[in-house]
Structure formats: C-alpha cells, structure tokens
Design a protein around this ligand. Structure first.
Ligand code: SF4
Length: 99
C-alpha cells in the first residue's frame, strides 16, 4: 500500500504532467525510453519523497515505470539489499554525480 508520502510527490504536480514516468518497456534501451527515464529521474532527484517512493516500489515489486529515480532493472538489483533505504540513498547520490 502506498503511504502518505504520495501527497508530496513531485510527479503529481501539474508542471510535470507531460513527463512520462512509465516509458514503454518494449523500447527498453532505445532513445525514447532512455530520454523518458532521464527526464523522470531528474524530477525524482528533486522530489522530497524519493527514498520512500523507491523503497515502496522495490518492496511492492513494481515492474514498470520510474519510481524514486529507479528503473525496473535498478529495483531488481536493490531487491536483496540489507538496508534498502541506505542503498537507495547511495544510488541517488551516484545518479546525482553522474548527472
Ligand atoms: S520520487 Fe519520482 S516517482 Fe516518486 S513520488 Fe517523487 S517524483 Fe514521483
């Protein structure tokens, strides 16, 4: 179940309504997919609930979409993390450095 954090979600703001947080996985790795993921991740990295969002998506086994800046592949990798919140924060730091 999604928590109260969802009310603080930046992706729910009108200014981001045209950003595709659920790119077509049929295009996985293609330029359209990569572009949509990058745009979504940039917003997620500014979102105050990015850790809660990513932790939720990993635990809920969300298979599509960008959640808390994570893609399905990254969530799969995080699935067995011992300290999920900490590993998500580390992932966000890495992503910020590479931006
Ligand atoms: S982290 Fe990204 S997907 Fe999650 S609530 Fe924030 S903007 Fe939306």
């Amino acid at each position: 179940m999604i928590g109260n954090w969802v009310h603080k979600a930046l992706c729910g703001k009108p200014e981001h309504e045209n950003v595709n947080f659920f790119p077509d996985t049929g295009e996985l790795g293609g330029p359209g997919y990569v572009n949509a993921v990058r745009k979504s991740q940039a917003i997620c990295l500014e979102c105050p609930v990015r850790v809660e969002c990513a932790v939720y998506a990993v635990r809920a086994n969300e298979r599509i979409g960008v959640w808390g800046a994570t893609t399905p592949t990254e969530r799969h990798r995080l699935h067995h993390a011992r300290n999920l919140s900490l590993d998500v924060e580390r992932f966000h730091l890495t992503l910020k450095k590479s931006a």
